[in-house]
Write a new protein. Sequence first.
Lengths: 136, 136, 136, 136, 136, 136
Amino acid sequence: MNIQPAKPTNDPSEQERYKHGLEVLGAIDGDAGQKVVDSLADISPDLAHHVVAWGFGDIYARPGLAPRDRQLVTLGMLTALGGCEPQLKVHIKAALNVGLSQEQIIEALLHSAVYCGFPRALNATFVAKEVFAEQD
Amino acid sequence: MNIQPAKPTNDPSEQERYKHGLEVLGAIDGDAGQKVVDSLADISPDLAHHVVAWGFGDIYARPGLAPRDRQLVTLGMLTALGGCEPQLKVHIKAALNVGLSQEQIIEALLHSAVYCGFPRALNATFVAKEVFAEQD
Amino acid sequence: MNIQPAKPTNDPSEQERYKHGLEVLGAIDGDAGQKVVDSLADISPDLAHHVVAWGFGDIYARPGLAPRDRQLVTLGMLTALGGCEPQLKVHIKAALNVGLSQEQIIEALLHSAVYCGFPRALNATFVAKEVFAEQD
Amino acid sequence: MNIQPAKPTNDPSEQERYKHGLEVLGAIDGDAGQKVVDSLADISPDLAHHVVAWGFGDIYARPGLAPRDRQLVTLGMLTALGGCEPQLKVHIKAALNVGLSQEQIIEALLHSAVYCGFPRALNATFVAKEVFAEQD
Amino acid sequence: MNIQPAKPTNDPSEQERYKHGLEVLGAIDGDAGQKVVDSLADISPDLAHHVVAWGFGDIYARPGLAPRDRQLVTLGMLTALGGCEPQLKVHIKAALNVGLSQEQIIEALLHSAVYCGFPRALNATFVAKEVFAEQD
Amino acid sequence: MNIQPAKPTNDPSEQERYKHGLEVLGAIDGDAGQKVVDSLADISPDLAHHVVAWGFGDIYARPGLAPRDRQLVTLGMLTALGGCEPQLKVHIKAALNVGLSQEQIIEALLHSAVYCGFPRALNATFVAKEVFAEQD
């Protein structure tokens, strides 16, 4: 392609996007999000950049849907996808951070059985069990 | 198994569960849900029974999560699963019924790209386009 | 919604449904099913209720398909879904309980490679290896 | 790789494997399987070769599990995978061919709701509706 | 959250990102990508923005992997996901644009059967058949 | 079925196919593939036979697509499927064996986020981290 390559992630404009995303990530996911970013540092810092700059800075921070509502959609997706236990762990914590109660989270996962079947609902509920045990 | 078989769906107690579920279905999904039930009448009326009696009567009607919040979780799941365009159609209508705006639904589907990728988000958004066009 | 909420799971009619489901669960899954129910007791007893009362009492106990045949369908689904290793473990035991041989289970999982590909078939086969080792 | 490439599909030994697979395909899927093979002729005859020679000749024809039981596993997988409506159509016909009744097939798909959720069960049931209508 | 919302997509810096992304999209997907963008104009222009600005401008345009190699990964993903026939159509065209031959694409889809099973491989191959027919 | 059963895997012609497949497996996957075969020896040697004879001998060894290109497709599929971490481990090693660099693999997994979302991309990247750590 005879066109401009993507800006490197250390470009000042990208660093600004990243910095903004980190603030959003911290506000929603707290420590758990930062740990994911840290664990990518030596293998794919650019994946961390895009999770933060795009996923959080560009999308989560959009005003059209409240963070609490975004977490409900996210819990539904992660439960349905399957195999996303590490991400469910982060996002069940995030759901608590943005104002969902333990009871609402458990109810959302029970609700998911209607659409995804019991195995996905069970796997997600056992992740919640683990998260709540760490919190209490 | 030397144990009691499931009650037939025409057992009075099952008919009562079904009747309750139909009220919930009507309140949430409106006509769209009833059409699904009708289209099952000659092929699997018992599947219709369980969608209605269990899915709506037993689960949707639980007080622990608002119908609006259940739809957010449901939109997330149906988008993530893929291949659920007919169900997305029903549940995007339901989402409007229970108080989500067109803008919030579109925003939820944009949000889904972060977790499911663009193809799933695009397919769901085109279903919303179809639903909104029919409504307007 | 101005309609009746779902009956609480401690309602006598729900307790009766649950009791019936537990008998079915015991006959099919044996101890393994009960352990899943127990592990939900402190996080989502209502999910356990619905797995038991609906999944087993209402569906598994229907006379239209033999328990052995239901397990074949179930092994196919759990293999195809992926990420359901804990449920596969329970249902491979259940398959043995209801009359499928170790050889038939292994053959069903080999067969699955044609439709799901080798990775899903391999993951399910390694779960069977674990289950059979515990049994012998 | 300094190793022997795969035999071309027109090698006599491959033609023999293919011929055997075609007999198995015909016995199980009848016309429906042949139509899939025909529709691949001008785009990927080698995919058709491997569906027939391996999928049917090598796997379906194994004696360890009855054709009827293989179809139960297959219906479970195709329902769970989602987006496999064309293949479900072929295999619901095949299920009838190898001795499952319409009632057993519908029951298997109702059963699937417990593990895959209602959307997958509904989509598969509507395929069965279409197949049965063509048969009657 | 007491933090800066995401910049609106009509912010000059976002418009610049979008413009760059459009060039990349045009170079890879040609007309097909533009049609997707156009079809989003009245339902979710912001989803189009992010497909273009992030998906193409930020990711596809990265120098670390050739466009041809990205299409091989993409064909694998879209085949495995299932239910992505519209996206496969766009990306099979894109694969031809960036230098893969019809034969290589068909071979990649045959290869996919080993990992995803035949149904996914067949569905993707029939999309290729449609695309190639339009091209010839 | 009144037709010839599949040849047993110890038939000389099947043993020849297997031997050829083992050479291909060794050339592509090295030790990692052999370990999978070994771990199947006591539970499903016939699954091992078909992975080797068909997956590697018949498909990987086809001349129409370079081993390196097959690995790109495979990485895309395994990332998209989810729950295939053990297979990703084998195939990330294989990707290195057939000439992809660590940087290209990491870039392919970052690219996958556009189509599968971040959770799948993250899970695959953490498998790569593990594989690279073992190699260095």
